[in-house]
Design a protein around this ligand. Structure first.
Ligand code: ADP
Ligand code: MG
Length: 332
C-alpha cells in the first residue's frame, strides 16, 4: 500500500501518577521516512516520554502507535518491547562493550552466516560514522563523542528503518558535534532512514531538522519546517525556545514605536540595527558580551533593555548612546 502511513501516533496519552499530571496528552503525529524529525521542548515537557511511546518502550494509556499499518506494542503487551525495524540511542550510549575494540562492538551484532558480508558491513558502518581509523581502539579509551558514534553505528548495523536519538549530542564537545550532525544528515540522505531526535538545543534542531515539532506540557503545540517556525512562531513559547529574544510588555514596546493591544512583544536580536540619525541618542550600551565573531549588546532606555548583535567589534563601547531601528517584531 503506497499511501500507508509510515510511523504514526493517534491520540496517544501517557500520564504518570504523581502530584502533577505529567506525561504526554493526546499526541497525534505522522513521522515520515527519509527525513529528520526533531522534537523540541523545555525540560520536563514530555519529549523522552513521546519518544519512548513511539518506540514501544512505554504503553500508551489511550490512543495507538502504528508502524506501516502494524500496531506497536508496549511492554505491557509484549515481552521485548519495540519493533525490529527501530533502534534508539540515548546520551548514555550504555550498551557498549567498553573492553572490546570499536570493530568488535559493531561486528558482533552481525550474523556469522556470511563472514564476507559481516566484514564488508562493519567496514561500511565505520566509514559512515568516520570511525574506520579507530577500528582497533578499545571503546573505554574513546571520548564521549566517539563512543556516541560507535553507539550510532551499532544501532544502524541491522539496517533499521527508524532511528531514535534522545539528546544524543549532550556529552559531545561542540567542535565534534557539527561533524556528527553532518554525518547523520548524510546517512539519512543515503539510506532513507527516518531519524527522530529530541533536543532542547535550538541551534541543533534548527540546523538538523526537516520537520520540527514543539512540545509544551505534554502537548504538541505546533510543527513545521524550522525556517517557518523560527520566523513565524504561532506561540510565544516557540519563539522563546528557538531564539535568544527580548520580551517586552506592550507599554515597554512603545519606546520602540511598536503599538499593539497584545500583551507581549518579542524581538529577535537580528531584527535590531543601529542607525545614523540626528535624533537624540537615547539608547545606551549597558552590556557587551564578546561572542567571537560578533558582540551581543544590551541597549537600555529607561526601564527597557533589548539585545542585539553587533558585527563591528568595539565600535559601540559601554555608555555610548545610539539610535536604533527595529525591522520586525512578534506580538502575543
Ligand atoms: P523531557 O524529556 O521533555 O525532559 P520527560 O518525558 O522525561 O520530559 O518527562 C515529562 C514529565 O514526566 C516530567 O515532569 C517528568 O518528571 C515526568 N516523568 C517522566 N518519567 C516519569 C516516571 N517514570 N514516573 C513519574 N513521572 C515521570
Ligand atoms: Mg528527556
Amino acid at each position: 500500500m503506497a499511501d500507508q502511513p509510515f510511523l504514526q501516533a493517534k491520540a496517544v496519552s501517557k500520564i504518570y501518577n504523581g502530584k502533577h499530571a505529567a506525561g504526554v496528552r493526546n499526541i497525534t503525529i505522522d513521522i515520515k521516512p527519509a527525513i529528520i524529525t526533531a522534537i523540541i521542548g523545555e525540560s520536563g515537557s514530555g519529549k523522552s516520554t513521546l519518544l519512548r511511546l513511539l518506540y514501544g518502550l512505554l504503553s500508551p494509556q489511550e490512543g495507538r502507535v502504528s508502524f506501516k499499518g502494524e500496531m506497536i506494542w508496549g511492554p505491557e503487551e509484549k515481552l521485548i518491547p519495540g519493533h525490529d525495524q527501530m533502534k534508539m540511542v540515548t546520551q548514555h550510549a550504555d550498551d557498549l562493550n567498553l573492553f572490546a575494540n570499536v570493530w568488535d562492538n559493531i561486528a558482533t551484532l552481525l550474523p556469522n552466516t556470511n563472514l564476507a558480508y559481516k566484514k564488508e558491513r562493519s567496514e561500511q558502518l565505520l566509514r559512515q560514522l568516520n570511525m574506520l581509523h579507530m577500528a582497533d581502539k578499545k571503546v573505554a579509551m574513546l571520548s564521549g563523542g566517539e563512543k556516541q558514534r560507535v553507539a550510532i553505528a551499532r544501532a544502524l548495523a541491522l539496517k533499521p528503518e527508524v532511528l531514535f536519538l534522545d539528546e544524543p549530542f549532550n556529552q559531545v564537545d561542540t567542535s565534534f558535534r557539527e561533524g556528527l550532525q553532518r554525518d547523520i544528515r548524510r546517512i539519512v540522505d543515503e539510506t532513507g532512514i527516518a531519524v527522530i531526535m529530541v533536543s532542547h538545543d535550538p541551534a541543533e534542531v534548527l540546523s538538523m531538522a526537516d520537520e520540527l515539532v514543539v512540545i509544551r506540557n505534554g502537548e504538541i503545540i505546533e510543527h513545521g519546517a524550522p525556517q517557518e517556525l523560527y520566523n513565524h512562531p504561532q506561540n510565544f513559547y516557540t519563539a522563546k525556545l528557538l531564539s535568544n529574544c527580548t520580551v517586552l510588555d506592550n507599554q515597554q514596546a512603545k519606546s520602540l514605536g511598536i503599538e499593539t493591544e497584545l500583551q507581549k512583544v518579542v524581538i529577535y536580536p537580528e531584527w535590531i540595527s543601529i542607525v545614523q540619525s540626528f535624533m537624540p541618542k537615547k539608547w545606551i550600551v549597558t552590556h557587551s558580551l564578546f561572542k567571537g565573531p560578533y558582540e551581543e549588546l544590551v541597549l537600555t532606555h529607561d526601564d527597557v533593555s533589548i539585545k542585539m548583535f553587533n558585527l563591528e567589534m568595539g565600535k559601540y563601547p559601554l555608555g555610548k548612546g545610539v539610535n536604533i531601528k527595529v525591522s520586525k517584531h512578534l506580538a502575543y
